[in-house]
Design a protein around this ligand. Structure first.
Ligand code: PRX
Length: 643
């Protein structure tokens, strides 16, 4: 497993970056040749960010390949007995599992045949709602093997969210489990799916894996057991499942994410570009060395799980470790125990996890041997300096570089980050763009700021292989969301600053998207749900700084009938219940304030700036309220602020 594109020092980084800017097509084509293709591509890159039908982004068009041949078959010749996947279960008395590349390959082939036997065809959408068990990546890879498009749904989403995603993707197939373990709880996944399916007559087949032995309803003709279906494949003599020939630009998966307006949108990633980009970024950012153990704590239902538990590591023949459960069960030493037990070399987690575990005191870390660690990573939200230093000292023992990796669901892979052992880290800075990434900072007039030091909105000027191609079923929405604000560039929705050395620091979203414990939520999405609740007239949701979660959710709600003091806590619990049912518990506000009115402009627009300031506790720094239709309400809201 030797890739010529692995960067070894700063000079190589500079050279690669230069090449990637002067001739991006040749740069990525050279890397692409190190993978397995069934047929070479016709053209390295076609692209257009503006004009009718835009965006057009095609990498390696005409090339034929299958990502599973690259993630599995290719390694059978070189490292068949190396662990591909290590899995740590939630329950302390259950044994961990290791799947070598040979075993993972066999399991993917067998389940791909199950999918085929159940009528799944190339191009069809398959929803996966399973939790953190090895069968999740197996199901994803089995879909990819036969050319089906997977749509993984995070285990914390509600039945309604599942139904919305099934309907949007018009999926006929669902793969789930009877339940999943989460600390001491059992989550009845199949039962949640059943609630979703009431609204989804399009679903023809549900494949259910046994995990928790939770009682489930199985509907004749629609629901089948994973284990029974596997037995059928065994009785067929375990036939091979040749990899489906896919075009480089055929969709690999859909992953839903929140924006500032409307319902979550299905971000579409395609086959070759995504594979090459995740492989390139994985190998380089983490400086992965053969046989090292890489532990990413993300959930497979988010892009980080897709790119850095499954596709990136497997594409370069790495050993990837996934865990089931929560970081605090059986105690707050869970991660450190896993690192010690499996001699993890590279550890990739979120600032929220670091903050919450560090808040439990050092005793959970002190007695663990973390000497195997070589590189630490951070993802999902800005890492504040305090958390950075705690991570560096307490976990990395002041000897492991921290890669603060900035990227988004839409990007496919890491965009701006320190490259371990190659470029320098700097607390709270994502630092430099990776080769192939051309950032631009825009001023309020939409012009690029070209001075070294700059502050503004972050855009990317040129396509990279891992970028989204469209939003499922609504290409116009893709254009409107990402390419219309700054014509000719991709707009990230993030604000940032650049220091004199050209290091980038991401300061957070500038649109109405919240980042709560690294989970991405749209304020409009939460408001729409609150507004559905009985007695609610109108609501406004904003973020506020939260010591552990990074951002918390603050909701201001106008009700039809006044909520009496003694009824307030029940009214809040009721609203939480509605949000849990429609989106999922992750979207529950941390604070709810019932208000008589919301500050509005004369044209009726809610002045969120003021609400944000109040939620942040900046009472004396509200700014100009003279343009408000109802300035008197501001004092009223200030008085009732929730602490
Ligand atoms: O605001 C940025 C923040 O997370 C957003 C993307 O969220 P999502 O699509 O869910 O993907 C998260 C995992 C890749 C970004 O717009 N974000 C992500 N990583 C960082 C970050 N903010 C600051 N620093 C980071 N390293």
């Amino acid at each position: 497993m030797n890739y010529t594109f692995q960067l070894k020092n700063i000079e190589e980084y500079k050279e690669a970056y230069q090449k990637s800017v002067t001739d991006p097509e040749v740069f990525w084509e050279t890397i692409a040749r190190e993978f397995r293709w069934m047929k070479p591509w016709d053209k390295g890159l076609n692209w257009r960010f503006e004009g009718e039908g835009a965006p057009v982004i095609e990498w390696f068009k005409g090339g034929k390949l299958n990502i599973t041949e690259n993630c599995l078959d290719r390694h059978l010749q070189t490292i068949p007995d190396q662990p591909a996947l290590i899995w740590e279960p939630n329950n302390p008395d259950e044994h961990y599992r290791i799947l070598t590349y040979r075993q993972l390959h066999q399991k993917v082939i067998a389940f791909a045949n199950v999918l085929k036997n159940n009528g799944v065809k190339k191009g069809e959408r398959v929803c996966i709602y399973m939790g953190m068990i090895p069968e999740s990546p197996i199901a994803m890879l089995a879909c990819a093997r036969i050319g089906a498009i997977h749509s993984v749904i995070f285990g914390g989403f509600s039945a309604q969210s599942i139904a919305d995603r099934i309907k949007d993707g018009n999926a006929k197939f669902v793969i789930t489990c009877d339940g999943s373990f989460r600390a001491k709880k059992t989550i009845p996944l199949k039962s949640i799916v059943d609630d979703a399916l009431v609204q989804c007559p399009s679903v023809e087949r549900v494949i259910v894996l046994t995990r928790t032995r939770t009682p489930v309803s199985m509907i004749k003709g629609r629901d089948v057991w994973w284990e029974d279906e596997l037995k059928k494949v065994e009785t067929m003599g375990n036939p091979d499942c040749p990899a489906e020939e896919m075009d480089a630009e055929d969709p690999l998966f859909i992953l839903y994410t929140s924006g500032s307006t409307g319902n979550p949108k299905g971000v579409v990633h395609t086959t070759a570009g995504y594979m090459i980009y995740t492989a390139y970024t994985f190998l380089n950012v983490f400086n992965y060395q053969p046989e090292e153990v890489f532990f990413c704590t993300a959930d497979i239902g988010w892009i980080t799980g897709h790119s850095y538990i499954v596709y990136g590591p497997l594409a370069v023949g790495a050993t990837t470790l996934m865990f089931e459960g929560v970081p605090t069960y059986p105690d707050a030493g869970r991660f450190w125990e896993i690192i010690e037990k499996h001699k993890v070399n590279i550890f990739y987690t979120s600032p929220t996890a670091i903050r919450s575990l560090m808040a439990q005191g050092e005793s959970f870390v002190e007695n663990k041997d973390l000497s195997s660690l070589r590189v630490l990573g951070s993802v999902g939200e800005p890492i504040n300096e305090e958390a950075w230093h705690l991570y560096y000292k307490n976990i990395g023992k002041s000897r492991c570089p921290i890669v603060d990796t900035w990227w988004q669901t839409e990007n496919g892979g890491i965009m701006i980050s320190t490259i371990a052992t190659v470029t320098e880290h700097k607390p709270a800075f994502a630092t430099l763009p990776l080769p192939g990434i051309q950032p631009a900072i825009m001023d309020p007039e939409g012009r690029e700021i070209t001075t070294p030091e700059a502050k503004g909105n972050l855009c990317i000027k040129f396509p990279w292989p891992g970028m989204l191609r469209t939003t499922w079923g609504d290409h116009q929405r893709c254009y409107d969301t990402y390419f219309s604000a700054y014509p000719g560039t991709y707009f990230t929705g993030d604000g940032c600053l650049r220091d004199a050395n050209g290091y980038y620091r991401i300061t957070g979203r500038v649109d109405d998207v919240l980042n709560v414990s690294g989970h991405r939520l749209g304020t409009a999405e939460i408001e729409n749900v609150i507004n559905k609740h009985t007695n609610v007239v109108e609501s406004a949701v904003v973020g506020f700084p939260h010591p552990i979660k990074g951002q918390g959710i603050y909701a201001y709600i106008i009700t039809e009938k006044e909520i009496l003091q003694e009824d307030a806590s029940l009214a809040i619990a009721d609203i939480h219940e509605t949000i849990s049912r429609i989106i999922g518990p992750i979207a529950k506000p941390d604070k709810i304030q019932f208000v008589k009115d919301l500050p509005k402009t004369r044209s009726g627009k809610i002045m969120r700036r003021i609400l944000r300031k109040i939620a942040e506790g900046e009472m004396n720094n509200i700014g100009d309220t003279s343009t408000l239709l109802n300035p008197e309400i501001v004092e009223n809201i200030k008085k009732g602020k929730m602490n």
